[in-house]
Ligand binder design. Structure first.
Ligand code: CP
Length: 348
């Protein structure tokens, strides 16, 4: 691959990248992590560069890993709260002197900095599935600088990079690794599908033996499932869907239970935004809790993963998440290294 192949590219969705390109980002992330471990400064990589970060939703990990990452690379990250600027909005959704059209925001920021990162899902787009991804794509269409997806309603490509990086560190590679991405119960139905969709896309891209486990009613995007099947065929792993939690966990090397919302929680065209119906599906599946008994079904050397934040006592017990099989803080730390790799490659 040409060394400058990723320069200037947007990082919106893992489906926009080849396996070779994702491998390159992963190699750079592992290298930057090693270099930081031995105290080597790499503030010469993006000196004087600016990343604008627009957060429509709250965040701990994403915001701080991007901010710390830019500082470590020699640049600077600006935090933009959409309620304190003219809220970037798509044509047709504008409100006088309260919003500003995405095309104008993207072109303005392009004159001042070097990349724009956006997080948007759920309420800001009325739970219209695909609405926030379309908005991020609109930013990318108008911006002259790279645009980074910090989680939309469909994909969380930065989390997915950190997830596969963590698997590589723990197992040394991907071949034969049984990766179980599972739904888990939460009292909140307001959870996007981005994390599980990105996790299974990356896991199949890397050729792992992937199982997606969820109760009926929690189905993910058909386009994502088709892409996972195509990845499994191309990269030598496997992909299947299982509706029984315990069956899915048998022999798993990676156990990744995480809540995502049900189809009735979405507005048209996917659902009808019937919150009561979505809540009823959730409440019928409270047994999808990851506890020590369930972990015993997995391989003895299995790891427990979660992108965080998690709903303790609902998605997972304290015993599991604070136990020896949990790698959640390695996973959180790897957000920093993975995103530094992405920024180093696309913003130079
Ligand atoms: N995993 C993740 O994206 O965390 P934050 O919501 O805290 O950014």
């Amino acid at each position: 691959m040409r060394t400058d192949k990723l320069r200037g590219r947007d990082f919106l969705c893992e489906l926009d990248f080849t396996r070779e390109e994702i491998d390159t980002i992963l190699d750079v992330a592992l290298d930057l992590k090693k270099r930081r471990a031995i105290g080597e400064a790499h503030n010469h990589i993006l000196p004087g560069k600016t990343l604008f970060m627009i957060f429509y939703n709250q965040s701990l990990r994403t915001r701080n890993s991007f901010e710390a990452g830019m500082t470590q690379l020699g640049g600077h990250a600006h935090y933009l709260d959409p309620s304190k600027i003219y809220t970037p909005a798509l044509e047709g959704r504008e409100k006088a002197y309260s919003t500003e059209r995405v095309s104008d925001v993207a072109r303005t920021l392009s004159r001042m900095g070097d990349a724009i990162a956006i997080r948007c899902y759920g309420d800001p787009v009325g739970w219209e599935y695909g609405g926030s991804h379309a908005m991020i794509r609109e930013f990318a269409k108008w911006a002259d600088i790279p645009v980074i997806n910090m989680e939309c309603d469909k994909y969380h490509p930065c989390q997915g990079m950190a997830d596969v990086m963590t698997v590589k560190e723990k197992f040394g590679g991907f071949k034969g690794v049984k990766f179980v991405m599972s739904w888990a119960y939460s009292p909140s139905i307001e959870k996007p599908r981005a994390v599980p969709q990105s996790a299974i896309l990356y896991a199949t891209l890397m050729g792992m033996e992937v199982t997606l486990a969820h109760p009926k009613g929690m189905e993910l995007d058909n386009e994502v499932l088709s892409a996972c099947k195509a990845n499994a065929k191309k990269y030598g792993g496997s992909f299947k869907v299982e509706n029984d939690f315990e069956t899915a966990l048998k022999g798993a090397h990676v156990v990744y239970p995480k809540a995502w919302t049900a189809i009735p929680a979405f507005a048209p065209p996917v659902g009808t935004r019937d919150e009561k119906k979505a809540q009823a599906i959730f409440d019928a599946n409270k047994s999808w809790l990851c506890d020590a008994k369930k972990m015993k079904l997995a391989d003895k050397d299995a790891i427990y993963m979660h992108c965080l934040p998690c709903d303790r006592g609902f998605e997972v017990t304290d015993e599991v998440i604070d136990g020896p099989q949990s790698v959640v803080f390695d996973e959180a730390e790897n957000r920093l290294h993975a995103q530094k790799a992405v920024m180093s490659l696309i913003m130079r």
